[in-house]
Design a protein. Structure first.
Length: 382
């Protein structure tokens, strides 16, 4: 849970400057990640007595920040609202399986790898300007993964030692802490075709196919009977409601679900208590959201960028492994290449075209492999 909490907050804080956010907007955006999903998730967990961990979708956050300010925050919030409507519609019509057949998940994984790569590369880009601080954080992360017990998250160790080294070397910013907390500010939703076509399809696929569906499958494998349709509606409606605070996407978290619903979480009938504990940790962080903008102003931007990159190394590794293992290869690889490019056509950026070219190439060159993926999707949807 410490790893998840650190990863979730590091990604948006690393992008606040590029997105040109006011302090109140930063506070509100952090609340969409921690507070809002917790309130809904606690109700579901206690009612169904199952480990149902809802969070702001880390993949959506990575995607939003990876846009590097190419879309204004208000337009991203509008695209998030449309994504929530789409998730509700997909749930009501039972179209999750059909979506998986139309847009093969491996192509989305390729896009995800492309959007994640700049974060990881950013660790070494900023190391040149702050070699001591970033070097300490990177070394702590590597040695933590090798030598520390798995219960001591390496990303948390990297953050602590990175902050300590920045303090010792006098690298803190001069903005200082505000005398009063920054209250959350609503973001006016702006609806543009550019943002909707670029961001909404990616958000929908990441919420439904990358997060909810595999999390439900894992829960079923652990002999739970998760309320799939209810969770789909909660994800969609929650994403819509939270869009006024900022684009995040509300969904089950597959990595966290594996932790709180797996055998290590204790006896089967009591594992939902692990989720309640996780929610307690997240809710305890809510008052800190009011000072999130101060954190971004005091800590070196290079450190925030590096921590965000280290936090998503595992995501990149997973995505690259999925791309290379098949059954689809060419489409995901094309999606990956387009996502890391600067392609812009018809006013639409590389992430829109990543899906278009990736899906097109897979349907042209890998039709038999797509049939295999479609068969798996039909099985998962049932």
């Amino acid at each position: 849970m410490v790893t998840l909490a650190t990863s979730l907050i590091a990604v948006p804080l690393s992008g606040t400057e590029q997105l040109n956010l006011a302090d109140g907007q930063v506070t509100a955006w952090i609340m969409t990640i921690y507070t809002f999903p917790c309130v809904l998730g606690i109700v579901l967990t206690l009612y169904f007595r199952q480990p149902l961990l809802l969070t702001g979708n880390i993949f959506v956050l990575i995607f939003i920040v990876s846009l590097q300010g190419r879309l204004p925050f208000g337009e991203l919030a509008g695209a998030s609202m449309v994504a929530g409507v789409a998730v509700v519609a997909i749930t009501a019509l039972g179209l999750a399986g059909h979506l998986a057949q139309l847009i093969p998940e491996p192509v989305v994984i390729g896009l995800l790898a492309g959007s994640t790569l700049p974060f990881v590369a950013g660790v070494f880009s900023v190391m040149g300007s702050e070699p001591a601080v970033i070097g300490v954080a990177f070394l702590a992360f590597v040695l933590g993964r090798k030598y520390l017990d798995s219960r001591v998250p390496p990303i948390f160790l990297a953050l602590v030692l990175g902050i300590a080294s920045a303090a010792i070397l006098g690298k803190f910013g001069t903005a200082g802490w505000a005398s009063e907390p920054s209250l959350p500010v609503l973001t006016p939703l702006v609806f543009t075709w550019n943002a909707i076509l670029t961001a909404t399809p990616v958000m929908v696929v990441l919420i439904v196919l990358q997060s909810n569906v595999p999390s439900l499958i894992f829960l079923r494998g652990e002999q739970y009977r998760p309320p799939a349709r209810v969770l789909g509606y909660v994800s969609g409606l929650g994403t819509m409601a939270s869009s006024f605070l900022g684009p995040a996407g509300l969904s089950l978290s597959l990595p966290a679900t594996a932790i709180v619903a797996g055998p290590d979480a204790g006896p089967h009938r009591y594992r939902h208590r692990a989720v309640v504990l996780a929610y307690a940790i997240f809710l305890a962080m809510t008052p800190l959201a009011a000072y999130a903008a101060d954190v971004a102003g005091v800590l070196p931007l290079e450190l925030l960028v590096a921590i965000a990159g280290l936090a998503v190394i595992g995501v990149l590794a997973m995505a690259l492994k999925r791309i290379s293992s098949g059954p689809l290869t060419f489409g995901p690889l094309v999606a990956f290449a387009v996502a890391v490019s600067d392609l812009s056509m018809l006013g639409l950026g590389p992430y829109f075209w990543s899906l278009v070219f990736g899906v097109g190439v897979s349907w042209t060159l890998e039709r038999e492999a797509i049939m295999e993926v479609r068969a798996q999707a039909r099985e998962l949807s049932t």
